[in-house]
Design a protein around this ligand. Structure first.
Ligand SMILES: Cc1ncc(COP(=O)(O)O)c(C=O)c1O
Ligand SMILES: [Zn+2]
Length: 431
């Protein structure tokens, strides 16, 4: 028995049945799964969650209910980053305001005295004392892409797909190849020729067919679109099927559970296709409908690379859609998405949550990656490291207040970016 009642177009609201294969709406925009949330809420409670498996399938009531093709994804650690947080200088308010903020801070500290890691937190040491890292690098295949793929591949198999195909910037390909292998289905992964070596090798090891193109993920997407009907592929491209979002939204449910039934003030997320950001905002809407939270939302921050920043450009120009970003180039391969198809949703979610969007340079990311590793013992993907710079910039400008609870998403492991880290560490060596 599934709680999904329909698939609904994210732009025009047109409804589709969820019991057959569906991709985009006839208007060309992505479909989202809608649930009977009253029924879901009857059994999806903090109390019931205590005894459930430590994978994202613990939120079964708000996921498609196929037999999961699972490799143990989700329930990643939420690490209280005390050393990193202390190193971030936060702009404090003036003397008068300072005492009132610190009183508020103490109040908040008292209310939230048990953090996700069980430590009590205060606001007297400077910096950001409530900084957390959601370490998605510990998922199967080393990135949060596992979340989307467990849901998408489980559903595709149940709907009778014969072969799966997707364009990828890197990590999604590895995840699709792994879950396809676990499902016993062939996979075709189309990637730019300069995708990090580890992503190519993992796809090959998982037995997928790898097609390398001289181009960007947008060219790879065109290749899949042109070949899928003739070849009989089920298209698992970002937002071109409705269930990767469902897997990714569990990051939002996990934050709520790991913070003991609360959400943070700010979420900083490295944004390529934006699926995680869209997914988490969808999760928060579902939670509100289930009466878990009120209308308040974490302020969502989209971080992009200076060399590929379609969302930041649109945000700064106060536009509701993004333009294709020409000559996209960045070491953070997952952020090299020049024309994200979820642009309308991403931009509207940034607006609705009073969020913001900003860029960081490749050099800043690689520097921050070394900082994060040496201060917290987390070896991040450059995409994850980008969030550290964003936190620094936003704290320095006063956009993030010292007493706020902030979550950085490390979306992938640094181990897959051997080429980038080798260059960065060599150039950082003392003479
Ligand atoms: C490590 C990493 N971070 C972030 C992203 C961007 O993810 P999203 O599509 O959810 O914006 C990707 C996408 O490939 C990635 O591999
Ligand atoms: Zn539509």
């Amino acid at each position: 028995m599934t709680n999904i009642v329909a698939l609904e177009c994210s732009a025009c609201g047109k409804k589709y049945g969820a019991t057959v294969e569906q991709h985009l709406c006839t208007c060309g925009r992505p479909l989202l799964a809608r649930y009977d949330l009253r029924r879901a809420a009857a059994t999806l409670t903090l109390e019931n969650l205590k005894d459930r498996p430590r994978t994202l399938w613990r939120y079964a009531e708000v996921l498609p209910n196929d037999p999961p093709v699972s490799l143990g994804e989700g329930m990643t650690p939420l690490v209280h980053a005390v050393r990193l947080g202390t190193s971030i200088s936060a702009k404090r308010a003036g003397a008068q305001a300072k005492s009132s903020i610190s009183t508020t801070g103490e109040g908040v500290a008292a209310k939230r005295s048990i953090s996700a890691t069980g430590e009590s937190t205060g606001n007297d040491k400077g910096g950001l004392q409530r900084l957390y890292i959601k370490d998605e690098g510990l998922n199967p295949t080393g990135s949060f892409k596992a979340r989307g793929m467990t849901a998408a591949v489980s559903r595709a198999k149940q709907l009778g797909a014969k072969a799966l195909a997707a364009p990828t910037a890197g990590n999604a390909g590895g995840a699709l190849a792994a879950y396809a292998a676990a499902a016993g289905l062939p996979a075709v992964i189309v990637m730019p020729a300069d995708t990090p070596m580890a992503n190519v090798m993992e796809c090959q090891a998982f037995g997928a067919t790898v097609v390398k193109l001289n181009g960007l993920i947008s060219d790879c997407g065109k290749y899949v679109a042109e070949h899928k009907d003739r070849e009989g592929w089920y298209d698992v491209s970002t937002l071109k099927e409705p269930y990767r979002v469902e897997g990714k939204k569990t990051m939002g449910y996990e934050l709520w559970e790991q913070f003991g039934g609360k959400l943070p003030d700010v979420i900083i997320y490295p944004t390529g296709g934006g699926v995680g950001l869209i997914g988490m905002c969808k999760a928060f809407d579902e939670m509100q409908e289930m009466d878990w939270i009120g209308a308040e939302r974490p302020r969502m921050v989209a971080v992009q690379a200076e060399g590929c920043a379609p969302i930041v450009r649109a945000w700064e120009a106060h536009q509701s859609s993004a333009q294709f970003f020409q000559n996209a180039a960045t070491v953070a391969s997952g952020l090299r998405v020049p024309g994200p198809s979820g642009d309308l949703m991403i931009l509207s979610m940034l607006r609705q949550t009073n969020g913001t969007a900003l860029t960081v340079t490749d050099e800043e990311m690689l520097h921050a990656g070394r900082e994060l590793a040496s201060l917290e013992g987390i070896f991040a993907a450059p995409e994850g490291a980008a969030t550290v710079i964003a936190a620094r910039k936003l704290a320095a400008s006063g956009w993030i207040k010292p007493e706020e609870t902030v979550v950085l998403f490390n979306t992938g492991t640094g181990y897959k970016y051997a080429e980038a880290w080798q260059r960065a560490l060599q150039s950082a060596r003392p003479e």
